[in-house]
Write a protein that binds this ligand. Structure first.
Ligand SMILES: Cc1cc2nc3c(=O)[nH]c(=O)nc-3n(C[C@H](O)[C@H](O)[C@H](O)COP(=O)(O)O)c2cc1C
Length: 188
């Protein structure tokens, strides 16, 4: 059983990555495999509405998306993490979700019944909106979404700041524990 954490920040080793790694550690402690995928340094272009994916399970845009789509299909659980950029998720993760979501809808809804949830980091404002924005994606695709002990949001501006947000870290950790619990339950 595997959980992948997708980090939508363009900044390597930033707060979103630290928070995601923290959640994945909580999951791996429960015996599940984990993998962190950074969108930083990858090329993920926006959907161009060519509609090829309605006919075949592929995307003709030549970039780094499709291998990530395949990993998402194979995983039992998916964590989507983003910093807040102007009150919303980053363009990189939005492009990924539009395309992965659209391919999947026409090809057997492979995410239905998987477990997923979002993590969000910001300096100040836009966290709950962004958490909702990412959560909508899980909902429309049929994921089960575990809770935590607060909303999955944390504070940070400079790299590493999030490590001082004790409640944010605890929330991300407890979310990971609930995610592992639910995945194990669902697998019987
Ligand atoms: C282009 C840009 C837009 C941002 N917009 C917001 C915002 O709307 N609200 C906020 O609280 N922080 C905002 N921030 C701050 C980031 O959310 C914050 O620095 C976060 O910790 C970055 O995560 P990272 O270290 O994973 O890249 C913005 C940062 C950038 C670069």
């Amino acid at each position: 059983m595997k959980v992948i954490g997708i980090v939508g920040s363009p900044r390597k080793n930033g707060n979103t990555e630290l928070l995601t790694a923290h959640t994945l550690r909580a999951i791996s402690e429960e015996g599940l495999d984990t993998e962190l995928i950074r969108l930083a340094g990858l090329e993920i272009k926006p959907c161009n509405a060519c509609m090829v994916c309605r006919e075949e399970e592929s995307c003709p845009i030549d970039d780094d998306l499709f291998p990530i789509y395949l990993k998402m299909k194979e995983a039992e659980g998916i964590v989507l993490a983003s910093p807040v950029y102007f009150g919303s998720a980053t363009a990189q993760i939005k492009a990924l979700l539009d395309r992965v979501g659209y391919i999947s809808l026409a090809h057997g809804k492979p995410f239905s019944g998987k477990v997923g949830g979002a993590l969000v980091v910001a300096r100040r404002a836009g966290k709950n909106f962004t958490l909702a924005q990412l959560t909508y994606w899980f909902q429309i695709l049929g994921f089960f979404i575990p809770g935590s002990t607060y909303w999955n949001v944390a504070f940070g501006r400079e790299k590493g700041d999030v490590e001082h947000d004790e409640e944010g870290l605890r929330t991300a950790w407890n979310f990971g524990k609930n995610m592992a619990f639910l995945i194990k339950k669902l697998s019987g």
